[in-house]
Ligand binder design. Structure first.
Ligand code: PLP
Ligand code: COI
Length: 343
């Protein structure tokens, strides 16, 4: 199969329509059989639930071309389960886990020519999304929904790639205590847009959000979880007492890898005023992979610098990143079931 004629090494994190998307609709209490479609548009009633009461959840995962030329994706079962949980939390009918995995396989296979080649640094981003298509005018869940998956080739999310980025501490919250911060609902991202635009205008790559109840503890960034490393190479990652951090699949995988590589690790509330004790900080997520954080600037202008600052990433996060990306692209064998062959 011929790959598309694209300069894979120079693409950023953007959208380009590919050959097919996958669509299934929920009506009369059940999901239809689903199909691939070349139509990348959606037509909705002006009264559709998504437009008024924001019933929308989504996922993000990637497909890769391995060294041997296979096309694989990474832990789609965990995205399927998280989307199931997200949907239930905002009263949407969950899309069955096995059907989610099957739909991912179908749509990636149909767009195999768009999966960037091994070694290009790019990947095929897979974006499952589910939203209320049924009409509602009183505040209540809709009765009709669409589940859709589109794919698009992407490069690095943070333009630095593996170069450290600077973050600012947000004066705003991205989630409410015990709200929806722990699910992947579009409404959380609407909450983060104003601080995100502000951060970008001021030259920062993203925000560090603190816990919405006390603004004492570190939560996450607009699109990734944090990992910190102590001077004696222990990996520490924040626990939320208000259940407002998204459970990142990349972070769960990296902690597993860290354990297998012999690093100590700890999941605990991380106070903002202790982060200057860490020697490394990274943002991890499907889009971000691990993006090293060189410095964090607090609301009063004080700076916390990690390791070599904006110069280069630290050794532990670099080792974890290499191990993860080599598992994802089939250079190294990962734990059973992590890498799923598509074709
Ligand atoms: N946190 C937020 C707010 C995100 O949007 C993402 C991206 O999906 C993550 C964390 C990382 O999650 P994952 O590693 O599952 O992509
Ligand atoms: C992902 O990493 O898949 C995400 O959804 C993050 C988003 C901010 C692009």
């Amino acid at each position: 199969m011929e790959k598309k004629d694209i300069d894979w090494g120079s693409i950023g994190f953007g959208y380009m329509p590919t050959d097919y998307s996958y669509v299934s609709n929920y009506r009369d209490g059940e999901w239809d059989e689903g199909t691939l479609t070349p139509d990348h548009t959606v037509t909705l009633s002006e009264c559709a639930g998504i437009l008024h009461y924001c019933q929308e959840v989504f996922e993000g995962l990637k497909a890769y071309t391995t060294k041997s030329g296979d096309i694989v994706c990474f832990r789609p079962d965990l995205n399927a389960e998280r989307m199931y949980d997200s949907a239930k939390r905002i009263c949407m009918p969950p899309f069955p886990v096995d059907r989610f995995i099957d739909a991912v396989k179908q749509v990636v296979k149909a767009n195999a020519a768009w999966v960037p080649p091994f070694g290009s640094g790019a990947a095929l981003y897979i974006r499952p999304v589910m939203f209320a298509t049924g009409v509602v005018i009183g505040v209540k869940p809709a009765t009709e929904y669409q589940f859709r998956i589109f794919v698009t080739p992407v490069g690095p999310y943070y333009s630095g790639g593996v170069k450290p980025v600077a973050l600012k501490v947000s004066e705003y919250d991205r989630a409410a205590p015990h709200g929806t911060g722990n699910i992947k609902a579009g409404l959380n991202y609407a909450m983060s847009l104003y601080p995100s635009v502000e951060a970008h205008e001021q030259g920062f790559a993203d925000n560090m959000f603190l816990d919405p109840a006390t603004r004492t503890y570190v939560e996450e960034s607009g699109g990734a979880n944090f990992l910190f490393v102590t001077s004696d190479h222990k990996v520490v990652y924040p626990k939320s007492s208000t259940d407002s951090i998204l459970p990142s699949i990349t972070r769960r995988s990296l902690v597993h890898i860290a354990r297998d590589m012999g690093y100590d690790y700890e999941h605990r509330p991380v106070r903002f005023d202790e982060i200057s004790n860490f020697t490394e900080c990274g943002m991890c997520g499907t889009a971000a992979v691990i993006s090293p954080v060189g410095k964090v600037v607090n609301t009063d202008g004080t700076e916390i610098v990690f390791g070599d600052g904006m110069e280069k990433a630290g050794p532990v996060l670099t080792a974890l990143r290499t191990q993860l990306t080599e598992i994802q692209t089939g250079v190294l064998e990962g734990p059973e079931g992590w890498v799923v062959k598509i074709c």
